[in-house]
Design a protein around this ligand. Sequence first.
Ligand code: HEM
Length: 404
Amino acid sequence: MNLPPEQLPVPGERSVRTVRRLRDEVGPIAPVKLPGGVPAWLVTGYDAITGVLAGDDVLYSKDARNFTALHDGRIPADWPMRQVIEGEHLLIKDGADHRRLRGLVSRAFTPARVQELAPRVQVLAEDLLDGLLAEGDGADLVRCYTGPLPIIVICELFGVPPAERAGIRAWTQVLVSHDATPADAARAGAALLAYLAEHVERRRSDPADDLTTGLIRVQDADGDRLSADELRWILWSVIVAGHETTMHLIANAVVALCADRDQLDRVRERGDWAAAVEEALRARNSVVNTVPRYPLRDVRIAGVRVGAGEAVVVGFGASGTDPARYGPQAERFDVERRAQPHLGFGRGTHFCLGAPLARLEARIALSTLFTRVPKLRLAVPEEELLYTSSIITEGPRVLPVLLT
Ligand code: HEM
């Protein structure tokens, strides 16, 4: 392939548009440069992505020790993305190690366990909505509603006190943004890990009815199975992967429903908010790209040769609107498509651990919002909305709404 690699992010273009444009203009796989000029392959076609995901643990590793350029001096030691791709967290573990850690934490996120959280999530949504209504027309839905809900839910689950949640939110934002300076990224990464270590220690001496305490008990019961460091990184994975993604998905769904009142009416008449959530996961997903995978030997993706140890980024944000899979109307948000599966939460070995929780939060957030504020609409034209600066997740920075 002889095209010059596109440097991500493309100035003035939303990341989700970039991955979809590259899919349509270049094909299912394209050479790109990650922030900092680091070469990678971006996979954007639905079939090509399913092929890559099917190769997890066999053809592909997520462990950055298999990323050649990271270790041979081509990538500087202070490259900001190292904070995310070099940790010890679930997203970048392989094989038996991955299965063991995932097994320990996934028990907390089964559909049945998550369903028990529904009444509490409903109360939180109602409370936040009271605040939004008190602000009146022009209130920012991201600040008042879609932003706080997932962070409160995840922090309550792990017993993080209210006063400490703003720090978690700020550090995470820096970690997933593509324009953080190396110093900022390093500071945010270190601060989050130091905070989590302190939180674990606090719960060790002052146990509570939360998941942090639950994981400490697992650790105490069988110290060899879960090290203190692993425990800290489990919290890291769930907190970082679990709130930015959900807040942006809810906001993206609100934008889509406000843009097409027929769709909104259909969902409301049937009370089928789950259909709106699934359609948002397909066509307006918040995860644009994920951390790279590294081929363990030379592979071919959609006919293109990719060398062992190169970086392969899965462009999930392009998978759901691939016309080759979803037809010529693939971009259209259409709640009738529900029966069609999507890759919004990935597939296979690394399938999103928090999918039941994200689905629950999004369903409750949308149903509560549009039921209590039936006339809700955007206060500015959709084209004027500004989006977050991350090549990993994307959603509106600010979402001013009219309530009456
Ligand atoms: C709408 C919200 C969400 C979306 C769209 C989303 C999407 C994804 C995707 C696409 C992956 C697969 C990444 C890959 O294969 O490279 C993933 C993995 C993951 N997600 Fe989510 N996610 C969401 C919410 C959550 C929540 C709420 C949590 C935690 C409670 C969570 C925790 C995780 C974890 C820990 C992984 C790594 C799993 C593994 O590697 O085994 N996510 N997510």
